[in-house]
Design a protein around this ligand. Structure first.
Ligand code: SAM
Length: 215
């Protein structure tokens, strides 16, 4: 377990919430979107603690990539995984059956936890089951900041812009805000990222479909 993991876990929960966790038996191979992108392997190491916040984690693909990179490089670090674990409008699709439900309630949290457990990364990942907005407020109230924030939660214009505005103050100086789905198929993401770049006079670096701002 890293010192950064220990500090963040205890700041948020006062105990290690992985203790006695039993994974579910099924294994879906960590289904996700753009969570294996090369950008997750590049942006290290930026300081002594390497705190990363992944906003919109689904079943864990991007979070696992980020944490695996910390582990492979032997870095002190932690990935805080923020999600409602309820899915987005595009996942409300009975034909695709993206996830199981228990009495109607999506069971994504358990799937996420089980995937992290099977990846052997429970010492690097702290889940935070909340809306992105509430999670940002909680993190700010605990004085937790990050060198990297990856935003991949809601994809509607208003929500993406809100997420960028909520998490930009949490990004450390020289740190990175990375977002997913800068692509014509997600016009709300493109519009929000373009506006954010203009407002903050920042160059928008693209590694399709990721957009990257450095503070
Ligand atoms: C596209 S998926 C994330 C994919 C993931 N990064 C991967 O690597 O596969 C979007 C996720 O954002 C979450 N989400 C949507 N709106 C949210 C919000 N307002 N707050 C927190 N999570 C949200 C959904 O529950 C869903 O799990």
């Amino acid at each position: 377990m890293t010192a950064a993991f220990d500090r963040v876990m205890h700041q948020l929960y006062g105990e290690n919430i992985w203790d006695n966790f039993i994974p579910s038996p099924g294994d879906d191979g960590v289904q996700g979107w753009n969570g294996l992108h090369d950008v997750f392997k590049k942006v290290f190491s930026y300081d002594a603690e390497n705190i990363i916040i992944d906003v919109g984690v689904w079943k864990g693909q991007s979070t696992i990539s980020l944490a695996q990179n910390l582990k492979d490089r032997g870095l002190n670090g932690v990935v805080i995984a923020v999600d409602t674990f309820l899915g987005s409008p595009e996942h409300w699709n009975r034909e695709h059956n993206f996830f199981q439900r228990i009495h109607g309630m999506p069971d994504l949290y358990r799937t996420f936890m089980s995937n992290v457990f099977r990846a052997g990364l429970t010492d690097y990942i702290v889940p935070l089951a909340q809306t992105s907005t509430t999670a940002a407020a909680v993190l700010k109230s605990r004085g937790i900041r990050a060198g990297i924030v990856h935003i991949d939660a809601a994809h509607e214009y208003r929500e993406v812009l809100n997420d960028m505005n909520d998490y930009w103050p949490i990004v450390e100086q020289d740190g990175f805000l990375i977002g997913d789905d800068y692509d014509p198929s997600w016009p709300g993401v493109v519009k929000a990222a373009d506006e954010f770049a203009l407002r903050h006079r920042l160059p928008l670096v693209l590694e399709h479909p990721k957009y990257i701002f450095q503070k």
